[in-house]
Design a protein around this ligand. Structure first.
Ligand code: NI
Length: 260
């Protein structure tokens, strides 16, 4: 059995004392690949560096909407170079964040669209972060990324929003909150979404699943997300592992190479 954690941030300082042990535990939990995601230029650079050093790790690079006001043309040129490095499989995470709301919405949209364009130029799939911005996210994706390969990372929302994302042609990626008893709306989405459009992730160090809630998250826990998905859909873990791994390989076409 092989699991892929399609969204983690293990380059961050939370893991500086025990990163090797974290990767060992992921392997022991059947996690054979981890996609480490950048959210600004320094984290994207760290992501690519980590991927080149760790056989288990692949990278994505991108600039989150928080930095929409300060991102320059030179930054986008640097990003473009990073995206062409070995083991980079996607552009992300990018999108809209009206919850933290650190930049004006028109600037968030502009940076979002610029990076979708860049992804198209480089033929890379996109990883979308959307918080409290569902309507605008769907509007922009319909306009700029209809049928373009992409994933709604750490999907949260109701079935109607899920359908809108599926209609754009995107995958839905589930994370720790799927294991929470009270996440009824999310459970409904996880039951109804087509199996061939589902991915799993941890978003480590955030969104820790039950029963480790409140502690630091890590890629090994993607197995708990897969187990929750299996229980909700009434299938076995091996079925979920095989499907989500095949889905990740279909979306992230550069995610290949032998598992360690
Ligand atoms: Ni993330």
């Amino acid at each position: 059995m092989e699991l892929i954690d399609t969204h983690a941030h293990i380059n961050v300082e939370h893991y500086s004392a025990d990163r090797a042990a974290v990767i060992e535990r992921a392997l022991a939990a059947d996690v054979r690949r981890i996609i480490n995601i950048g959210y600004d230029l320094p984290s994207s650079q760290a992501s690519v560096a980590l991927a080149q050093q760790e056989p288990l790790v692949w990278a994505a690079a991108g600039i989150q909407p928080h930095y929409a006001s300060s991102t320059t043309a030179a930054d986008l040129a640097t990003l473009r170079e990073l995206l062409q490095q070995p083991k980079v499989v996607a552009l992300g995470e990018i999108g809209l964040d009206y919850y933290h709301d650190r930049a004006p919405h028109d600037q968030q949209e502009a940076l979002f669209r610029q990076q979708i364009e860049l992804a198209r130029e480089l033929s890379l799939p996109v990883i979308i972060h959307s918080r409290d911005a569902h309507t605008d996210t769907v509007r922009i994706l319909r306009d700029a990324a209809q049928d373009y390969p992409g994933v709604m990372h750490s999907f949260s929302g109701d079935w109607e929003y899920a359908q809108a994302c599926l209609d754009v042609g995107f995958y839905l990626s589930f994370s720790g909150p799927l294991t929470f008893k009270k996440a009824v709306e999310l459970h409904e989405v996880a039951k109804r979404a087509p199996l061939e459009r589902i991915l799993i992730e941890t978003d480590s160090p955030y969104l820790t699943p039950h029963p480790y809630r409140g502690k630091r998250n890590e890629p090994a826990h993607v197995r708990l997300v897969a187990e929750a998905l299996a229980a909700l859909r009434g299938v076995d873990l091996a079925t979920i592992a095989a499907a989500t791994t095949a889905n990740a390989e279909r979306l992230f076409t550069r995610l290949k190479g032998n598992s360690p």
